[in-house]
Design a protein around this ligand. Structure first.
Ligand code: MG
Length: 403
């Protein structure tokens, strides 16, 4: 999939520069593929990883960034000793912030996992740099602050999540006042048809097998609980300025319609495509222009049938918890996100059952009092408190976990 390499000599002044936060993750590595195949006019500022230094080395050889950041200190030391890379090699969260806010950046692809995206993304926003946002947790944890700062510093935020890219595409040429509601589609995840008993005994191995999308572990578990859809509802609220009472979720197992917008005249627009994250990544890199690609085309007659159903909030309470947190506002969504991150990691380690995830999230939300109109300090503090609570929470239910 890598037809040519971008030679360093081809870089010229005035070219747009992209920094990819989390370049060795699922979205980050697909961004490099798309960049490489379809956007050769981009220079690469920084690439960043937590520990995956072998993949980082390969990416450096392919796209010749100005610098790299390795968050983990041990991995950073190893990389420095072994690498043939000649650019800057930064370390830790400070390094991420420096890379993200670098004045040469015209675009930052924010594709870190979880809450770790908040501070570096905010640093780029405060420099007025355009953000391609793949890290939904940034808007879930700090949506009010992030969108206010983005407006203040005139930093556009372009959605990369497939649902939000779909909504963005449906909204091109439309007016804000003409939006009646957003309809976000959900695949329903690998456990869509599971009974409550099957959910109680679901394992990480089963949850990690998503029917349509290939993604990282965190988001795949979030898809299985429907928390991913809840996080996307919150993300949509901040990206498009539409309140939760005007956002619907519909389960569409084929994942062909990526989302829809209903307008005040009753008309509904949908964006369709194969379920492949390269498409929304490509759209974000070319935005606001639509540029050609060589991706596989959809054959709608081969798809044949598309079905839709209501999400089941009894079996999948995470979606309800996310709507509730959004209605509460302030740091409620910060607390929701932090508790969920901890619960998902505990589930992946085999420490808790699948249905303990919503129990932990709900108990954390019931325990920690949210702050209104939070500052970054409030957000960091509530994130920390929620994590501490969720890490200690002991379920009184005894879920059966078969390894
Ligand atoms: Mg999505």
């Amino acid at each position: 999939m890598m037809p040519h390499t971008v030679a360093p000599e081809s870089k010229q002044a005035g070219q747009p520069t992209i920094t990819i936060l989390g370049s060795t993750g699922s979205i980050g590595s697909q961004t490099i593929e798309v960049l490489h195949a379809h956007h050769p006019h981009y220079r690469v500022g920084y690439l960043t990883t937590n520990t995956r230094i072998d993949e980082l080395e390969q990416q450096c050889a392919l796209v010749h960034p100005n610098g790299v950041v390795i968050s983990d200190e041990t991995a950073w030391k190893t990389f420095r000793e072994q690498t043939s890379f000649k650019g800057r090699i930064l370390c830790g969260e400070e390094g991420l912030v420096e890379a993200s806010a670098d004045e040469e950046n015209t675009l930052v692809m924010s594709s870190l996992v979880g809450f770790s995206g908040v501070v570096p993304t905010l640093a780029a926003i405060r420099k007025g740099i355009t953000i391609a946002l793949a890290n939904k947790e940034t808007l879930v944890s700090a949506g009010e602050l992030i969108t206010a700062e983005a407006q203040r510093y005139n930093a556009p935020i372009i959605a990369v999540d497939s649902e939000h890219s779909a909504i963005l595409q449906c909204l091109m040429g439309e007016q804000q006042e003409a939006i009646e509601k957003l309809i976000i589609t959900a695949s329903g995840g690998p456990f869509r048809t599971f009974t409550q008993e099957q959910l109680d005994s679901a394992t990480p191995q089963k949850a990690l097998k998503h029917p349509n999308w290939t993604m990282g572990a965190k988001i795949t578990i979030d898809s299985a609980t429907l928390m991913n859809k809840g996080l996307e509802v919150i993300e949509a609220r901040w990206l498009f300025g539409i309140g939760p009472e005007r956002i619907d979720v519909v389960v569409h197992p084929q994942s062909i319609i990526h989302s829809m917008v209903q307008f005040t005249d009753g008309s509904v627009k949908a964006q369709l495509g194969l379920p492949d994250m390269k498409l929304p990544i490509h759209y974000a890199l070319g935005f606001p222009h639509r540029t050609p690609s060589a991706f596989p085309r959809m054959d709608i007659s081969a798809i044949g049938t598309m079905t839709f159903e209501q999400p089941d909030l009894q079996r999948f309470p995470c979606l309800r918890l996310a709507f509730d947190a959004l209605r509460t506002g302030g740091t409620a969504t910060t607390i929701l996100n932090a508790a969920n991150e901890v619960a998902v990691h505990r589930f992946l380690r085999g420490a808790i059952g699948f249905t303990d995830i919503p129990r932990i999230v709900e108990s954390t939300l019931d325990t920690i009092q949210p702050a209104e109109h939070p500052s970054l300090q409030d957000i960091l503090e509530h994130d920390r408190m929620a994590r501490a609570y969720a890490a200690e929470y002991q379920s009184h239910h005894h879920s059966i976990i078969t390894p």
